[in-house]
Design a protein around this ligand. Sequence first.
Ligand code: EPU
Length: 302
Amino acid sequence: MSDYVEACAAMRLAFGERVLMEEPLARHSSARIGGPADGFFAAHTVDDLREAALIMWEYDAPLFVVGGGSNVVFSDDGVRGLVVHNRTSGLSFEGTQVLAESGVSAVSLARRAISRGLAGFEWAAGLPGTIGGAVVGNAGAHGGDMSQSVVWVDAVTPDGDVRLTNEDLAFEYRSSILKRQPGRVIILRVLLQLAEGDTASLEARAEEFRAYRRRTQPQGATIGSMFKNPPGDYAGRLIEAAGLKGARVGGAQISEVHGNFFINTGGATASDVKALVELARREVLEQFGVSLELEVELVGEW
Ligand code: EPU
């Protein structure tokens, strides 16, 4: 912990009052759940992000970067060390390529690409979260995923900046090397290759996807997709078949609308969510012999 105290003092020196103490992480999670972060810092530029990471690494102190907070559950005891909220938002276009800072939301990138007549990212029109987070977990929906358009990412490591190509990232279903070997690599920028298209038809496609989501997914304080789809099946279908739609623990509930979405009905704790996760895994394993793997990341002390 002493490493963190020194790192925190260095963060304060670099960023002053912008470093918050004991910030409730519930404010930064789509499910509105989670205890305090020891230290919390909103990075608005790539330089902020790089500097904060290098300071924490220099002192060997714990660091977690959160983007949209839609694919994480923070524990009730919160997170030790520094949580950096990635608020970078730079976005530029050159021909059919898009250069996005990692904190850009997938939804706004999809919207801007469509309005410029760029095809290949409509699937993300309703995707929660940021582009950096989407790369790490190879997010996808409606048959599309990040691996189809990432050319490279620029990232910071303790040894300086690196460029990782699509091949280096070794994408798999809802995974990349950065997910499989979490370590000291933080994505700063992402270059995507899109194709020429026609705005009106791209927008129609995006609207179909958004409408599908409105019809099939719950709205509000949700966490989802909670589990990866197992090979050849769907986590939502299995949870429904196990009779668990609507199941509750405390303030957490498995959605009545989609079995792979969990809801904070008000006052849910992280341990409520964890107990529901365990219930779903146990029932699906007992009834169907399928072991569900989390897509969402549990962060902090459990
Ligand atoms: N299903 C059920 N019961 C349920 C929910 C789903 O039987 O309660 C069935 C559906 O009828 C459908 C199948 O399961 O036949 C798949 O459901 P859906 O089309 O809703 O998609 P999904 O496989 O659950 C979601 C997300 C993905 C996410 C994957 C998991 C879509 C539209 N949605 O797919 O994208 O990656 O789970 O990896 O593809 C997201 O929507 O936020 C998202 C990130």
